[in-house]
Write a protein that binds this ligand. Structure first.
Ligand code: EPZ
Length: 420
């Protein structure tokens, strides 16, 4: 197993190029199941979760060719419709094949994802919506068995709660359904918006893109031809590097980004005293002498993202005064708190609210990554901790950050990947 050895404190300086968004690329790769041609996707991040989904499609009978950061996926010869436990258990986002497989073949089986380090993460809303579209769903032997032999039918679906992959799954199911699907209380994340835009550009009319109510006009099982396109930049990766600059009090430019996707993150950094130079595709963060304490509540887009909560928690340890960070989306997304405490952070956890007292002097220690974003928070803290920090179990990091240590090294971090 690999781990990261970080020597701190180190200031950073320079430019970081942001990769394509993992959470946009995953549904877009699942979307190739709706196509009657090979699909070329550019700006794919070379991260473990992407490889996992490609392997899943390959197991079902699809072919793919990944060259650098582009992939061609051809699902035309696909006949197997069972997504097995061995893959699904390694990545919950595998559930994204449920909607498109069912819509195209009229039946499929997908392993239930099971538990997760950040919370329960049920898929009841995905299943309920598919039932409303005419699917018969049973759970048997740990698998979701879905059947709609005559195809799915458009329906009016109201999500009780906003769900990102749930929205993506139902958009893809509705794309091949018969008639019109109205999806109310849909997720508005940029990753969902891109999925809608690509479908809309390639023969599936979608109204209300970017709003909480989508109207999807299904093709009645006619597969679509999808033109080549590029995945949008990863707003969470960009936000993580902005936090890396902020915590190390460095000037840094993140390039190839969509600043409009980062408004809530930049807004909080401004509240904390940082200043910015923002161009169309780049953001430069300028440090502040005194970092101000802040109050954060995680919310669905366009609110403050839960995927940036851990990184801001690390940053808040360096702010003057008391910050509060409230996690509203996942009930167990504070596993990094005890690891940050090992480095010397003063954090009190009360249910889903963390209270952080700063500034705290951090000292290097051995820490363990528990999920993807928690891992990046430990790396950020390691860069300002006095002495050596070893971050273990970084396979979590490799799921979603492309070349994290290479990118950080290039801007001056003292960071090395080693084998346990
Ligand atoms: C997506 O997960 C992201 N994953 C997550 O990113 C992200 O943290 C999350 O959205 C929230 O923004 C991908 O895009 C692949 P949800 P998702 O369904 O879709 C509850 C990362 O680090 N819920 O929007 O699985 C659920 O329990 C990851 O990159 C139900 O109750 O999240 C949660 O409390 C981790 N029933 C809330 O909704 C359902 O059927 C939001 O979850 C579905 C969800």
């Amino acid at each position: 197993m690999d781990y990261l050895k970080i020597q701190g404190p180190t200031p950073l300086k320079g430019n970081v190029t942001i990769s394509g968004a993992k959470n946009a690329a995953l549904p877009l790769i699942a979307m190739t199941l709706l196509s009657n041609s090979s699909v070329h996707i550019g700006n794919i991040p070379a991260v473990a979760d992407i490889r996992t989904l490609l392997k899943l499609l390959h197991n079902l009978g699809a072919t793919f060719n990944m060259q650098g950061n582009s992939v061609d996926v051809d699902t035309r010869s696909l006949t197997n419709t069972k997504a097995t436990y061995d893959i699904v258990k390694t990545m919950r986002a595998s559930i994204l094949v449920l909607g498109p497989l069912l819509a195209r073949f009229g039946h499929c089986e997908v392993s239930l994802p099971g538990g997760c380090a950040i919370g329960q993460r049920p898929i009841d809303l995905h299943l309920k919506a598919l039932e409303q579209m005419g699917a018969a769903i049973t759970i048997h032997g740990g698998y979701v068995r879905a059947e709609a032999p005559g195809g799915l039918k458009g329906a009016h679906i109201v999500f009780d709660k906003i769900t990102v992959t749930g929205t993506a799954n139902i958009i893809m199911a509705a794309a091949l359904a018969k008639g019109k699907t109205i999806l109310t209380n849909a997720a508005r994340e940029p990753e969902v918006v891109q999925l809608c835009q690509v479908l809309n550009n390639n023969g599936v009319a979608i109204e209300g893109i970017g709003t909480a109510e989508l109207i999807i006009h299904g093709t009645d099982r006619r597969l679509i031809r999808i033109d080549p396109f590029d995945v949008i930049p990863d707003r969470i990766e960009a936000g993580t590097y902005l936090c890396a600059a902020a915590i190390t009090r460095s000037t840094m430019k993140v390039e190839k980004v969509r600043p409009d996707h980062l408004e809530s993150v930049i807004g909080k950094l401004i509240e904390m005293g940082f200043t910015f130079e923002i161009d169309e595709e780049s953001i430069t963060i300028i440090p502040t002498e005194m970092i101000k304490a802040v109050d954060i509540v995680t919310q669905e887009y366009p609110g403050f993202p839960t995927d940036m909560q851990a990184q801001f928690l690390a940053l808040a340890t360096q702010a003057e005064g008391t910050s509060t960070i409230e996690e509203r989306l996942f009930e167990n997304r504070f596993m990094h708190v005890s690891e940050l405490q090992r480095l010397g952070a003063e954090i009190k956890l009360n249910g889903h609210i963390a209270t952080v007292k700063g500034p705290a002097q951090l000292f290097g220690a051995d820490v363990m990554a528990t999920d993807l974003r928690a891992s990046s928070a430990l790396v950020l803290a390691g860069m300002i901790a006095e002495g050596e920090t070893d971050v273990h179990r970084i396979y979590h990091l490799d799921r979603g950050y492309e070349n994290l240590e290479k990118k950080l090294k290039a801007v001056g971090a003292d960071i090395e990947r080693l084998k346990e």
